[in-house]
Ligand binder design. Structure first.
Ligand SMILES: Nc1ncnc2c1ncn2[C@@H]1O[C@H](COP(=O)(O)OP(=O)(O)O)[C@@H](O)[C@H]1O
Ligand SMILES: [Mg+2]
Length: 253
């Protein structure tokens, strides 16, 4: 089933927030969604209410088992999580070495999940290039690249435009933290909207509810369902589902 790769050349652009809330939005639409953390920060689990003291994850298991699905955390409903886990530096290096040098290491690890019927997998990548982007990117049906509505992000556009990131459905950009009250944010948003046209799949407002939802370890749709960001992320989820040709089921979340 489809795999979406959420990535960015820049850190702090909202990859983890988008991954968690896209999964939540899909689940609310009646689509089974699995979020997979590829970032050693191991922060995706916090959006799913996993306690800080719970350091379990698939990276540790990947040293013993080729199938990573045993590490799945299921809070219930249509949504589930594959946490990275709390790992030592040695374990991280060994995992990344396997991602780069073992043929089909990532494919094998995710295989049970990739063949699970009607499941969308959303992978949360660390910033920039690296072993995970190389391995996951090769399996992905679609790349979503998050950028901020600021000048540093705008300066990265040529680099993104010149990359052929995905040979299947291509890549789309998500512009995050757009704030019409700030001149630079407003101008960068207008510039990127014009320059990217249909490759810009959505703009997410800068919204305090996102920060508060994250701090409460809740999805935006549970914390503040009427917020601007909830509306924006829902709209992106619907467009992604259409791009992936996934049938929207009965809401069972
Ligand atoms: N739309 C938004 N409005 C306000 N704050 C946001 C928004 N999206 C993300 N944030 C905040 O920005 C910070 C970085 O987000 P995060 O998802 O961790 O980025 P990344 O995974 O790319 O490093 C977090 O503190 C998060 O709460
Ligand atoms: Mg992150």
């Amino acid at each position: 089933m489809p795999l979406v790769c959420v990535c960015s050349p820049k850190g702090g652009t909202g990859k983890t927030t988008l991954t968690a809330n896209l999964a939540s939005s899909f689940a609310r639409m009646g689509i089974k969604a699995l979020a997979v953390d590829f970032d050693v920060q191991n922060a995706l689990r916090l959006h799913f209410g996993v306690p800080l003291s719970d350091g379990s994850g698939y990276v540790i298991q990947s040293a013993q088992s080729t199938d990573w699905s045993q590490a799945i955390y299921s809070p219930g409903g249509n949504i589930s999580l594959l946490p990275y886990g709390e790992v030592s530096e040695q374990q991280r290096l060994a995992f990344e070495h396997s991602l780069i040098h073992e043929r089909q290491f990532c494919q094998r690890g995710l295989n049970t999940l990739l063949t699970y019927p009607e499941l969308i997998i959303i992978a949360d990548l660390p910033p920039g290039p690296g072993a995970a982007l190389q391995a996951v990117g090769a399996l992905a049906d679609l790349h979503l690249i998050t950028l901020l509505a600021d000048t540093a992000s705008a300066s990265l556009l040529p680099r993104i435009e010149n990359q052929r990131l995905n040979g299947r459905l291509g890549h789309y950009l998500v512009l995050n933290q757009s704030d019409s009250r700030r001149a630079v944010s407003r101008d960068v948003t207008a510039f990127i909207e014009q320059r990217l046209d249909e490759r810009l799949i959505g703009v997410i407002h800068r919204d305090e509810s996102v920060i508060e939802a994250n701090a409460s370890q809740k999805f935006i749709f549970d914390f503040s369902p009427m917020s601007a960001a909830a509306f924006d992320i829902d709209s992106i989820a619907k467009k992604v589902a259409v791009s992936l040709n996934v049938q929207v089921g009965n809401s069972a979340y």
